[in-house]
Ligand binder design. Structure first.
Ligand code: AR6
Length: 169
């Protein structure tokens, strides 16, 4: 059984086995969660991302997929990088947003992570409406078979927290 927890706060402050990063295909950093993770996690994360770009992901990590690296100085063993779909302008493909959660949990299983913190993927720079993103996130985690014991959604503001809480009720 996977339990779902909600936390209002900064994902880079979580003590968990794996922290999920709302990355972009380049894997080379950005703003939002991505910027915060690289800032607090230090250069070891970027170094491993560069190696992934030089090997398995020469064209970048495709949208909806996930890959793990070290978590550097974060209080976690791994960062799982996933690329959410862009909503702004295109409307976004909900199947790809669901895939981010499913693939991140699949990667968590392959590395043996039992506690995983997720941000609200695609709801910042990528513009996905929070209420819809919360529904997709909660439904997908509930429907995914995984060895992960705790999924912790870490929400950055009270509105996001309330919308996730509404999905859990
Ligand atoms: N902890 C928890 N949540 C946060 C934090 C934090 N420290 N910082 C922001 N959020 P975003 P995306 C919330 O933009 O939409 C980057 O440049 C934020 O309020 O981080 O998937 C990447 O490199 C929002 O609700 O991710 C990509 O280019 C949610 O996290 C692009 O942004 C996600 O916002 C990805 O955009």
């Amino acid at each position: 059984m996977t339990t779902i927890e909600l936390v209002l706060g900064d994902i880079t402050r979580q003590s968990v086995d794996a922290i999920v990063n709302a990355a972009n295909s380049s894997l080379l950093g950005g703003g939002g969660v991505d910027g915060a993770i690289h800032r607090r996690g230090g250069p070891a994360i970027l170094e491993e991302c560069r190696k992934l770009r030089a090997s398995r992901y020469g064209k970048g990590l495709p949208t909806g997929q996930a890959v793990a690296t070290t978590a550097g100085d974060l209080d976690a063993r791994w960062v799982i990088h996933t690329v959410g779909p862009v909503y702004q302008g295109s409307g976004g493909d909900p199947a790809l947003l669901a895939s981010c959660y499913r693939e991140s949990l699949r990667v968590a299983d392959t590395i043996g992570a039992r506690t995983v913190a997720f941000p609200a993927i695609s709801t910042g720079v990528y513009g996905w409406p929070m209420e819809d993103a919360a529904r997709i996130a909660v439904e997908t985690v509930r429907a995914t078979e995984t060895e992960v014991e705790e999924v912790r959604f870490v929400l950055f503001d009270e509105r996001a927290y309330a919308l996730f809480a509404a999905q859990l009720r």
